[in-house]
Write a protein that binds this ligand. Structure first.
Ligand code: 3PG
Length: 217
């Protein structure tokens, strides 16, 4: 595991965001930094994703910026060229995974079943996005998977909120948690960056509390 991914694990929480333009991206980046949350996953769900990654990587190099919802190797390449430091996909795609592995780019494929976990392990990848976490059974499903796949660490994403965040963080198999509630499209569109800071600060406190204030793994 790289130092970068270690750092994500220490932070414990990755805001997953759909940004419409670079103005939103910059407002969000500054709001997250102010809350002490120096990371974000920019999803390839808008045409602006690549530009937003480039802008944040340039103006806020202290933020660990990843690209999410990467569905093709071509998108992975564009994301990395723009400055994304790791790649996340919602499911397991062999082309995306192989592209990243060949270039030593950290990649976190999404898994929802034991079979997909086996596919990832076959590629030597044991840090996996668990998506969509709540719809798949959330904490109970993760406990069942962890009982079988001892060496796997998960980043549950999808339906995570400030309310269920502590339950996920209690699980030893959970490396970090991802979620969009603190950087929702509504907040960004309204320019409500103070609210983003407030929610991010609250989330950082929840993580610290769930981990016994140690701030680490
Ligand atoms: C993702 O891409 O990881 C999810 O869409 C985030 O899920 P959420 O919006 O339920 O937090």
């Amino acid at each position: 595991m790289t130092d970068l991914i270690d750092a994500l694990g220490r932070i414990g929480l990755v805001p997953v965001v759909k940004v419409e333009n670079t103005q939103q991206a910059l407002g969000m980046a500054s709001a997250l930094l102010e809350a002490g949350l120096p990371c974000a996953e920019i999803t390839f769900r808008t045409p602006a994703a690549e530009d937003c990654i480039r802008t944040i990587a340039r103006d806020y190099p202290q933020i660990i910026i990843g690209a999410g919802t990467v569905l093709t190797a071509e998108q992975a390449e564009r994301a990395v060229r723009a400055g994304a430091r790791y790649i996340v996909s919602p499911g397991f795609d062999g082309h995306v995974v192989d592209w990243c592995l060949a270039r030593h780019v950290p990649v976190m494929p999404g898994v929802a079943t034991p079979t997909e976990i086996l596919m990832a392990l076959d590629k030597g990848i044991s840090l996996l996005k668990f998506f969509p976490a709540e719809a798949l059974g959330g904490v109970r499903m993760l406990e069942a998977l962890a009982a079988v796949f001892g060496g796997v660490r998960f980043v549950p994403t999808g339906g995570v909120t400030a309310t269920n965040l502590p339950d996920y963080l209690k699980l030893p198999s959970v490396f970090a948690v991802g979620g969009s509630w603190l950087v929702s499209g509504k907040l960004l569109a309204a320019g409500a960056f103070e609210e983003v800071t407030r929610l991010a600060r609250e989330a950082v406190e929840i993580v610290a509390h769930a981990r016994g204030h140690g701030g680490g793994q």
